[in-house]
Design a binder for this molecule. Structure first.
Ligand SMILES: [Fe+2]
Length: 173
């Protein structure tokens, strides 16, 4: 995130662990999101090329943290063919605000997911139908003095590659 990035600050923390509850250190976490106006770098003009896209690693205990801004909801591009399909389906082009994650640890199934925020007006009308209740988390007003506007903790649980159970994520309340 640019130091001058417009929007409400968000300190996002969590941990990565296995389905056997073992901490997964040094797990690679890819993160990408729209900005506070609902725009993605590499799609919208006038944004730095890799703005609000990054890759971090969990620490020795599987914990991670990053500071960003709260993303805004957005509408998918209104190409004529896409609009026609949405019309036929009776759907609108809205996506509730979300942050994308891809989590990969050695010998574990890769997890690609999105985290949404409670209270978003489009949660029940996500055009791609991806806003499952287990992925919706509640932003909290920060109480520390670090000048973060909001905080959120969210954990990711990865299944071993040989395990039939799918990797998933867990909202920590
Ligand atoms: Fe997105």
């Amino acid at each position: 995130m640019r130091p001058e990035e417009p929007g409400d600050r968000l300190l996002f923390t969590g941990a990565v662990r296995s389905t056997a509850s073992a901490a997964l250190p040094s797990t690679v976490i890819d993160i990408w999101q729209a900005n506070g106006a609902g725009l993605y770098s590499r799609f919208a003009p006038d944004l730095p090329e890799w703005n609000l896209r990054g890759r971090i690693r969990s620490d020795a205990d599987g914990n991670f943290a990053f500071t960003t801004v709260v993303p805004a909801p957005y509408d998918i591009p209104q190409h004529p063919h896409a609009s026609r399909v949405l019309d036929l389906l009776g759907q609108e082009p809205h996506r509730p605000a979300h942050i994308h994650f891809k989590v990969h640890a050695p010998n574990h199934r890769e997890l690609t997911t999105q985290v949404y925020f409670a209270g978003d007006p489009w949660l029940d009308h996500d055009v791609v139908g991806a806003a499952k209740p287990s992925l919706v988390t509640e932003l909290r007003k920060a109480t520390d003095t670090d000048n973060h506007g909001y905080t959120r903790r969210f954990d990711f649980v990865l299944a071993r590659e040989s395990n039939d159970h799918e990797s998933h994520n867990v909202a920590v309340t």
